[in-house]
Write a protein that binds this ligand. Structure first.
Ligand SMILES: Nc1ncnc2c1ncn2[C@@H]1O[C@H](COP(=O)(O)OP(=O)(O)O)[C@@H](O)[C@H]1O
Ligand SMILES: [Mg+2]
Length: 426
């Protein structure tokens, strides 16, 4: 069969790599992919938000299945469009994707269905929000309602900071329409982990838990980024806590959506804070995380295309996910300046030297220019290694990273440090 993968990051490279190992797949297309993806898939120069061109391409080329990496096309309704045209695509419909594209919708949903999350208030008017924070207890988290490329959540420590952020979101509209409403919620203390689950709307198959590293610098310092690395599974989350996450969060989420008349098919991602009073949802995403996918997919033994096909037939109950034993660690290599304005066009050296078993060099912002591999984005590569122990995976991944060089390359040297530091969360 022919499969199209939409997106251009390292998450999509990992997806393309994973499905390239499927015996069901003859040909993979990527819109628009990147230099790494181009080695295993045919590049299609269509932007992920150009839904009508994507639909036309799929129809013309008789693509059998489309997988969507990023949230934007999902929130724009690509699944609705493809379904209307009887084209096979795996992901939530627009209404379901609102779990990610509207934080207000997600919070109200969690409140209604008693899914544990931080207490919150919603505001449509700047004056009312500003009035509220004058008498509030701090710290608080202020979030723009809509999509903001992972940059729409702010921790504020006093009313002055809060008003500042509210002004930017609601008056200056730094995220455009996404700032028409805000959520102001309590700051939760604890360890953050992500759970991604595949669902056909009935059965929920959670993937291995994974921990992202959102800040730029070691020790969780510096500005927030799209994610600087991840590892999986998370050793300090025991089976009991995993069961709680399933029973108190994933299950009631899918059941609640159904009650709302929303049939959720696709990946459901919940960002969790493990607090002293149990796991709480920080946010939902309607797709795989980046870099979480790059850490988790190399551990998955089951054929992903088989899983997706079963999900599309609502027969996910017939699938049992098989995982490699051991651990996976992903380290993101970023350009100088990232997450601010970053440099581009720097030659990347050493990727061809990575030949060890179960070490993967997933590309993000890369391209070929004058026959050279060069940087073309903030996050450039996501290097992943799988090992029998976390220590072995770490050795392998940092050995591989040591072989790679581009001018200004920055990365975290402490990915997975929490796994050894954090002992227990009730
Ligand atoms: N209630 C909260 N308490 C503590 N930290 C939070 C809270 N909500 C969000 N955060 C932090 O902010 C980050 C971004 O928030 P999130 O809701 O995931 O929005 P987005 O990913 O859209 O920016 C989270 O990963 C987490 O580190
Ligand atoms: Mg998030």
């Amino acid at each position: 069969m022919k499969v199209l993968v939409i997106g251009s990051g390292a998450r999509e490279h990992a997806l393309v790599w994973k499905i390239s190992t499927s015996s069901l797949v003859d040909k993979i297309y990527a819109a628009p992919g990147n230099a790494g993806v181009s080695q295993i898939a045919q590049i299609v120069e269509i932007s992920p938000d150009n839904l009508s061109e994507l639909e036309k391409f799929v129809r013309k080329n008789k693509i059998d299945l489309t997988l969507v990496g990023p949230e934007l096309p999902l929130s724009m309704g690509i699944v609705d469009l493809f379904q209307k045209k009887k084209l096979k695509i795996f992901g939530p419909v627009q209404k379901a994707a609102a779990m990610e594209s509207s934080k207000v919708f997600a919070k109200q949903f969690m409140h209604k269905y008693h899914i544990p999350t931080a207490s919150y208030q919603v505001f449509q008017k700047f004056d009312e929000a500003a009035q509220f924070v004058r008498y509030a207890n701090f710290p608080l988290i202020v979030k723009a309602d809509g999509l903001a490329y992972g940059k729409g959540a702010f921790k504020v420590n006093d009313d002055e900071q809060a008003v500042d952020v509210l002004k930017k979101i609601m008056l200056e509209k730094i995220f455009g329409e996404s700032g028409n409403q805000v959520v102001i919620e309590d700051f939760l203390q604890g360890e953050e982990v992500s759970v991604m689950a595949i669902t056909d709307g009935k059965t929920i198959l959670p993937l291995l838990l994974v921990q992202d590293h959102k800040t730029l610098l070691d020790g969780d310092q510096g500005p927030n980024t799209g994610g600087m690395g991840a590892y999986s599974p998370v050793p300090f989350v025991d089976q009991k806590l995993q069961d709680t996450i399933h029973d108190k969060i994933l299950k009631p989420t899918i059941a609640g959506l159904k009650k709302e008349g929303i049939f959720y098919q696709g990946i459901l991602y919940a960002g969790l804070m493990l607090t002293s009073s149990g796991p709480k949802v920080l946010e939902y995403n309607c797709r795989l995380g980046d870099p979480e996918a790059q850490a988790v997919l190399p551990l998955l033994e089951t054929d992903l295309v088989e899983i997706v096909q079963a999900a599309l037939k609502e027969k996910l109950d017939q699938i049992k996910l098989k995982w490699k034993t051991g651990y996976s660690v992903c380290v993101v290599l970023a350009s100088a300046g990232y997450p601010g304005d970053y440099q581009k066009g720097k030659e990347i050296k050493g990727t061809e030297e990575i030949s060890e078993q179960e070490v993967y060099c997933f590309h993000a912002g890369t391209k070929i220019s004058q026959n050279k591999l060069v940087t073309a984005g903030g996050r450039v590569l996501a290097v992943t290694a799988v090992g029998k122990t976390l220590g072995k995976a770490l050795d392998k991944v940092y050995n591989a990273v040591d072989k790679i060089y581009f001018e200004g390359m920055q990365y975290r040297k402490d990915i997975a440090y929490k796994a050894t530091e954090v002992k227990k969360y009730a």
